[in-house]
Design a protein around this ligand. Sequence first.
Ligand SMILES: [Zn+2]
Length: 165
Amino acid sequence: MSPRFLLDGMLGSLARWLRICGYDAEYLRSAPDEELIRRAVESGRVLLTRDRMLYRKAIKAGAEAFMVEGESDAEKLASVSRRFSLKLDPERSRCPQCDAPLAAVGREAVRGRVPPRTFEAYDEFWVCGSCGKVYWRGSHWRSIVETVREASRRAEAADGPGHSL
Ligand SMILES: [Zn+2]
């Protein structure tokens, strides 16, 4: 089973990337350390942070925690992917807004819920089962795929020697 994550207030962007790749990533924007740690322990989520103090406190309290490395989104995503052997694939997205699974729907299902030009231009849409937000693969999709591929390459490159080309 895939690990589920809890991200601290500095990692909102990484939470969205993990969701795009299909991983359950809860994000608490402004929770105090104690609340983050309690939530991680109670829900069995891995606490992701860049805050060494928080990391130490979490480990001491019996939570599973990981210090995320890297500067860019792709580097951070690669860092988590490496540690937890995550397959990075944007085809299996969860809702970037609220973390719920997305369901693929046909075009008629979103009539009136997306701009008319979008409705005409795309055949495939995805609807969030929780917040109801509608997604489609617009012009930003290519750059999303590019970032995920870069993260994937970085994660594999760091696996060490012995990799075939
Ligand atoms: Zn949603």
